[in-house]
Design a protein around this ligand. Structure first.
Ligand code: DX5
Ligand code: ZN
Length: 221
């Protein structure tokens, strides 16, 4: 299993040390919130301009108009740009997935915790490089994991989606193996990791990377 720590709960006053403590992760997850799609605000691309990330980054756009952020995140070098189908609707999502891919970066689409996975049409499944299955209602870290996410991952695999499936929200050491068995490739981990001391994080990251692979449920590593 790959792991992508969310820096939403990081200490931004000590960002360099925070990033150093998670440098063995597979990616860094950037939660971008606009106060409209979700009631919360986080940080924008301007704040990240001079930040040196130790591994590749992915931008999870919880915003009403993701296209407004595409140029800025391309400039920042993000590898994966993920937006919500609830924000764009289906026709616009199709256009945007094509636009993102044409820029040479991975196109991700997300479904929120309460969204029916059938919002993702066959065309969208064919276009998307990654599906981000939220296992909470998006907007805040530290919420309880929704078990329906496991079923959504299984269901999307049963529909033949062979791209990457990532799960985000309330992931911890009690649900990570089940997610891998269901067919998830990567998990976002926020509070479970970032509320631990910096010294303990590398060990937790390693244990997540190992557990699921040992179960044979990983699709991409
Ligand atoms: C929620 C965000 C998540 C979240 C993860 O809206 O997309 O990435 O911060 O944090 P935990 O793991 O605490 O749910
Ligand atoms: Zn996220």
């Amino acid at each position: 299993m790959k792991i992508s720590p969310s820096i939403l709960d990081a200490d931004f006053g000590n960002l360099e040390a925070e990033l150093d403590s998670i440098k063995t992760a597979d990616r860094i997850h950037l939660d971008i919130m606009d106060g409209q799609y979700v009631p919360n605000l986080s940080f924008g691309p301007a704040m990240l301009k001079n930040v040196k990330f130790p591994v590749e980054t992915e931008a999870h756009l919880m915003v009403l108009n993701p296209a407004n952020f595409l140029d800025d995140f391309v400039k920042l070098g993000v590898k994966t740009f993920t937006f919500h189908i609830e924000a764009t609707g289906i026709p616009r999502a199709v256009e945007l997935l094509k636009e993102i891919k044409s820029r040479g970066i991975f196109a991700g689409i997300s479904i929120d915790g309460y969204t029916d996975p059938d919002w993702l049409t066959d065309e969208i499944l064919e276009l998307a490089d990654q599906i981000l299955v939220m296992s909470v209602k998006s907007g805040f870290g530290g919420q309880k994991f929704m078990n329906s996410a496991v079923l959504k991952v299984e269901y999307l695999r049963s529909r033949g989606f062979s791209g990457e499936i990532e799960v985000d929200g309330g992931v911890n050491d009690e649900n990570v193996a089940e997610l891998a068995e269901a067919g998830a490739d990567i998990v976002v981990v926020g509070s479970f990791l970032m509320k631990k001391s910096r010294e303990k994080r590398a060990e937790i990251i390693k244990s997540f990377q190992e557990v699921a692979c040992a179960k044979g449920g990983c699709w991409s590593c």
